[in-house]
Design a protein around this ligand. Sequence first.
Ligand code: NDP
Ligand code: 8X3
Length: 257
Amino acid sequence: MRPENPIVLITGASSGFGEATARMLAAQGCHLALGARRVEKVRALAAELASKHGVRTFAGALDTRATASVERFVAEAAAALGGLHVVVANAGLARGTDRMDSVLEEDWQAMLHTNVEGVIRTIKATLPHVRRSGWGHYFTIGSTAGHWVYEGGGAYCASKHALKALTRTLRLELCGEPIRITEVDPGMAVTEFSLVRLQDAAKADSVYTGVEPLVAEDIAECIRWALALPDHVNIDQMIVKCRDQASHNGTRIHRRA
Ligand code: NDP
Ligand code: 8X3
């Protein structure tokens, strides 16, 4: 049965979509477990949301590239909050825009370790707790890059195609259980994503020049909405782009002068 105040675990809650989702769901009365490598940021966010909304929060260091880190974070979160209902497997990144002939080993490994293996670890570690709670919802954060590909995006696109396969597999495997599974696939959105990818503030800003892109709150609202729907309704997948982005990879983007 749906709890009045679901317990939500969010990976990558120190910025962007993860932080915005934490803020939006806390305002709805959800209890929160927030993880990221920048533990001081999730601790500050957890303290702020607990005091502002009166919800229970847990914050901890989390590196989804490491199994021990994921297992520790999940176990401590579930113990502190009394279980888990909703998981937002959001932690992810892109590194670089090099083509296949020159992509750096450390870049493609970072993307595959985080965006694919990290999500597998997160699902595997959380599922026993979600099952035990008797009602649940998984959100995976994919991308338009999981539907189309572009030059210079080989490893990132591969990672988001893999995430789509993982999400669909989970939906098949959990069919018949009271757990919903939603994949949210954003297009270009202003977060720290482009700074992390390009490692240069001016280059990162130029990605959005003349465009009115998505903001993190737009994706948080998609999650809030899918979660609020009646239990028999499962939103499988949401491809969410800003109005100025007609194509997936920049070939048809409206930029104002
Ligand atoms: P941000 O860079 O703002 O947020 C990424 C979050 O992931 C941060 O909280 C970061 O925290 C966390 N993270 C990264 N690596 C790890 C790790 N190894 N362990 C734990 N946490 C980690 O970007 P977004 O909010 O935009 O990105 C969130 C998701 O959305 C990603 O999966 C991204 O691929 C996807 N996405 C983004 C789009 C965009 O245009 N912005 C479009 C489509 C999809 P910390 O560094 O503190 O560990
Ligand atoms: C981020 C969107 O177009 O940079 O997932 O791949 S894109």
